[in-house]
Ligand binder design. Structure first.
Ligand SMILES: O=P(O)(O)OC[C@H]1O[C@H](OP(=O)(O)OP(=O)(O)O)[C@H](O)[C@@H]1O
Ligand code: HPA
Ligand SMILES: [Mg+2]
Length: 185
């Protein structure tokens, strides 16, 4: 599949590359200010958070440390399985550390609810969340998010790290998929 094929699979662009990049810079400025003088560990949740983590980290002026957890609950479909599988844990001991979890999306909230609970049991100094997107109409578990990029409608979205059956993560914007794509996975 080449770039032209990916474009053909799109229904519409919800958030452009420019809008995403401007929002990431805004969030980074707030994080720089809020954590000034503190030692911050940012934790990217693989795989979806890879783009927001890379852009956010480069927009920050703080000398942060970066670590990654890989968790998955969606598999190849468009619905959460409700079961969070840890595929890779942190390399870092977070006891006493300020932790900022970086995510691409809060959909049902199940992944972050589970993850924050898990991280808090390791006795960090603090745990906060930065997420690029949130679907207010889909949230099943309330999540306390400190930094949020965009609230979006309750539709399955792709791009900027978000996949459908592992594809479309490399689109630089957020879009929705054309109906003909579903059912082909
Ligand atoms: O709020 P929720 O309903 O839990 O959905 C959000 C989670 O789902 C996606 O991950 P996914 O399981 O697809 O793994 P991936 O990041 O590897 O694509 C996304 O990256 C979030 O981690
Ligand atoms: O809308 C979505 N798109 C892709 N992956 C996701 N994981 C949770 N919600 C979504
Ligand atoms: Mg996924």
């Amino acid at each position: 599949m080449d770039a032209a094929d990916m474009d053909k699979d799109l229904a519409r662009v919800l958030i452009s590359e420019d809008e995403l990049q401007a929002k990431i810079k805004e969030l980074a400025a707030r994080i720089d200010e809020d954590y000034a003088g503190q030692d911050l560990l940012i934790v990217g949740v693989l795989k979806g958070a890879v783009m927001v983590m890379a852009d956010l980290a480069r927009a920050l002026h703080l000398p942060v440390q970066m670590d990654w957890m890989a968790v998955s609950s969606y598999g190849a479909g468009t619905k959460s399985s409700g079961v969070v599988r840890v595929l890779k844990d942190l390399d870092t001991d977070i006891a006493g550390r300020h932790v900022l979890v970086v995510e691409d999306i809060i959909d049902s909230g199940l992944t972050l609810s589970w993850l924050v609970h898990n991280l808090k049991s390791r006795n960090p100094a603090s745990v906060e969340i930065c997420a690029a997107l949130r679907k207010p109409d889909a949230v099943k578990v309330p999540i306390d998010v400190k930094y949020i990029g965009f609230d979006i409608p309750n539709e399955f979205v792709i791009g900027y790290g978000l996949d459908y059956a592992e594809r479309y993560r490399n689109l630089p914007f957020i879009g929705t998929l054309a109906p003909h794509v579903y059912g082909e996975a």
